[in-house]
Design a binder for this molecule. Structure first.
Ligand code: TXA
Ligand code: MG
Length: 354
């Protein structure tokens, strides 16, 4: 299939491109599009064939439910069986934006979209192009992240093109995304509500609106005997091809330890890599050192993480050490939780504590 690639941000032309994307979606085709979190791979959420095509294009197991993207809060009533008051309060506080709510699914949503579940994930993105496209598509766009299954979510159109060129009808190129990690997912079908995936909307922010909210226990630990409640979180997502381990401890000790390990790995024939904050990056002796940003600037770290994981793949790095960023135990709020949740998954929970 020939994939049409159109750049957004060109003023009047955008309108035309978004309309065309809407038409493709209505006809059952697939369009990758930018959101404020990561790029999405969109299909008509109410068309079971579109959902099947999404799974096929991603190479994703079809028991993994899709998020239904809407363009206005009222549309919650069309996809959910019940809209609890908590959902309206969250929508008021954080929509449009990087928050996904799990609600009881209404009859309109096919089970192909919900991965066979009787609940539905709903999100109203803040990216204006995304919202316009959803509107042109009839209002309901199912969209997982626009990566091949198992690869990091795409934070820029070039990664979408890498994974999806030739597999879908259209890619809308909106440049780099703003946040770089997927939306926060909160399950409102349980009491108290549970965070199934941490993101830019933090636990503290949710608590401010909901009162009580809990973390799914699998977010920060391997918890092998327990399946994560968001089915997608069980897959080895975000993983680079190389072996990745996180090293925690005081920065000097981490540098010393990692350099020792890099030497051994290099001697054993590995191509080595390090993910480090700007203040320590210069101290590592690896084949490839990626500076992720200032340790205190969590927004920059979040935005860079997935791109860095992909770059290691491109450069065929086989052994990677990462410093620890943010709050690895998930004790407090903050974007650090989302960063560490993704980094821990990328590392298959390999953590070395010094
Ligand atoms: O930021 C985002 O949410 C991006 C952009 C494109 O909007 N989308 C995204 O979709 O990250 P995806 O498919 O990569 O991740 C959706 C996650 C999966 O882990 C899935 O299992 C979970 O949401 N999920 C979807 N519906 C669910 C449901 N009814 N109950 C529990 N988890 C659900
Ligand atoms: Mg994904």
């Amino acid at each position: 299939m020939e994939t049409k690639i159109v750049r957004l941000g060109e003023g009047e032309k955008d309108e035309e491109a978004l309309r065309e994307a809407g038409k493709i979606l209505k006809a059952g085709g697939l369009v990758a599009f930018p959101t404020e979190t990561v790029y999405g791979l969109g299909g008509d959420a109410l068309n079971p064939d579109s959902s099947r095509k999404i799974y096929a294009a991603k190479g994703r197991p079809s028991d993994n439910p899709l998020i239904v993207h809407v363009c206005k809060t009222e549309d919650l009533y069309k996809v959910a069986k019940e809209v609890p008051e908590a959902a309206l309060r969250l929508a008021e506080a954080f929509w449009p934006g990087p928050l996904t709510m799990i609600l009881k699914a209404g009859d309109l949503v096919p089970r192909e979209t919900t991965g066979g579940l009787d609940t539905v994930a709903v999100r109203l993105p803040s990216h204006p192009g995304a919202r316009k496209m959803i509107e042109c598509a009839g209002g309901f766009v199912a969209a997982p992240s626009a990566n091949l299954s198992g690869r990091p979510s795409p934070t820029s159109a070039k990664y979408v093109i890498e994974d999806m060129d030739g597999r879908i009808e259209m890619i809308l190129d909106g440049g780099e995304v703003g946040i770089g990690l997927e939306s926060t997912i909160v399950d409102l079908t349980v009491d108290p509500p549970q965070i199934l995936r941490p993101g830019f909307i933090t636990g503290e922010m949710l608590k401010g609106v909901l009162g009580a909210v809990e973390n799914d226990v699998t977010l920060f630990s391997a918890a092998k005997d327990q399946a994560p409640r968001a089915p997608g979180m069980k897959y080895r997502h975000y993983a680079p091809k190389g072996d990745l381990a996180i090293v925690q401890g005081n920065p000097e000790a981490v540098v010393r330890f990692v350099n020792e390990k890099l030497k051994e790995a290099g001697q054993a024939g590995a191509k080595t890599g390090v993910i480090a904050a700007s203040d320590t990056a210069g101290k590592y002796r690896a084949d490839v050192v990626k500076t992720i940003g200032d340790r205190r600037d969590e927004e920059v770290i979040a935005r860079r993480l997935y791109g860095i994981l992909r770059e290691f793949d491109d450069e065929n790095v086989t052994k990677i050490y990462s410093e620890s960023f943010g709050d690895e135990e998930g004790r407090t709020g903050g974007l650090g939780q989302a960063i560490m949740n993704r980094l821990l998954k990328a590392a298959g929970h390999q953590v070395i504590r010094l």
